[in-house]
Design a protein around this ligand. Structure first.
Ligand code: 5GP
Ligand code: MN
Length: 318
């Protein structure tokens, strides 16, 4: 039996299904959760998506208003499905529900996935978890409609940085299927890539002002603190994408972005251009990701974290 058969069996025998995803959910996490929710509802399943917090930029996605941000302890689910999360810890609050469910499924595209479910569909060649959702829905014989397609396209678009990274000919075959289902590309693109807020723009400005360039221009880094985010009334997720500004500088190989999550805890985002394997560095610090885009959290002050991570990257460049 293939994993897809196992997944079909687990879904067939479940009625109340919970979908969870990783902390600080991005377009792929939210898009795959909502796309799969709509799909499973076609099979008459009672589907709940639990995501503690989403940035309001994703509010245009159909079904986002149904996302539950809290669950009460007495709720029970036959099956919990974790999407786009390479390990159980990264599920954050969702972990508890994953642990409590009778059965579990993991669907992901991270090369670092720990296969922590009863059935694990992890195709790391896929550009996004959303692309894997198309395959799973096909095996469940659910026809993708415009609503599902819109959510799925959002994840494919964002995880590939606008169809630049991780893209293969089959990526566009999948996109073609979504166009057949009637999705409208321009509004999705505008909502995810063009539309911004004053808070996000000001936070970006602060980060750009602080940008440092090291090692003959091969490394660049910047950071934001909790105080910066408070000053501009930022929402969680408003820092997303700042790391790419450093990566776009000519000659840069690695761009690092540090964000203070809480006092003494720093989130690190890494992006490489051509040859540094940043997933290796992230794995060393209990994080993960992809060859050229990875992340992890580290304990310590901003200053300590900067020193440790920059030294690590310098070593990788030698
Ligand atoms: P970002 O830097 O945008 O937060 O994440 C880049 C990539 O690294 C994404 O694929 C994301 O899933 C992964 N990633 C970021 N932080 C972590 C982490 O703490 N643990 C794991 N396993 N993956 C992470
Ligand atoms: Mn993803």
């Amino acid at each position: 039996m293939s994993v897809l058969d196992d997944i079909k069996e687990l879904i067939d025998s479940a009625q109340k299904i919970l979908i969870v995803t990783h902390e600080n959910p991005d377009g792929d996490a939210i898009g795959s959760s909502l796309g799969f929710m709509h799909g499973l509802r076609k099979l008459e399943k009672d589907v709940t998506v639990f995501i503690p917090y989403i940035n309001k930029m994703y509010n245009f996605l159909p079904g986002s208003d149904e996302i539950r941000h809290e669950l009460s302890d007495d709720e029970k689910f036959d099956l919990c499905i974790a999407l786009d999360s390479s390990d159980i810890e990264r599920l954050g609050e969702g972990k508890k529900w994953f642990d409590k469910a009778d059965k579990t499924i993991v669907i992901d595209h991270h090369i670092t996935n720990q296969n922590y479910g009863d059935a694990n569909y992890v195709n790391a060649v896929a550009c996004s978890t959303c692309q894997n959702i198309i395959v799973v829905l096909a095996s469940l014989e659910v026809a993708i409609n415009k609503v599902m397609g819109t959510c799925i396209y959002a994840g494919m678009l964002t995880d590939t940085g606008g169809f630049r990274y991780n893209v293969q000919s089959e990526t566009f075959e999948f996109v073609s299927m979504l166009l057949e289902a009637g999705i409208e590309i321009a509004p999705i693109y505008r909502n995810l890539f063009d539309l911004t807020t004053e808070a996000r723009t000001r936070l970006l400005g602060r980060a750009l002002e602080r940008l440092e360039v090291l090692e003959d221009g091969k490394i660049t880094y910047t950071y934001v603190t909790k105080a910066d985010e408070a000053e501009f009334n930022c929402e969680d997720g408003d820092y997303e994408n700042i790391v790419n500004y450093g990566r776009n500088i000519e000659g840069v190989e690695v761009s690092i972005f540090f964000r203070e999550i809480e006092e003494g805890k720093i989130k690190v985002s890494l992006r490489a251009n051509d040859y540094v394997d940043v997933s290796l560095i992230a794995s060393k610090y209990a994080g993960g990701g992809h060859l050229r885009a990875a992340g992890f959290s580290i304990s310590g002050s901003m200053e300590q974290s900067k020193n440790i991570v920059i030294d690590e990257i310098k070593k990788q460049l030698q």
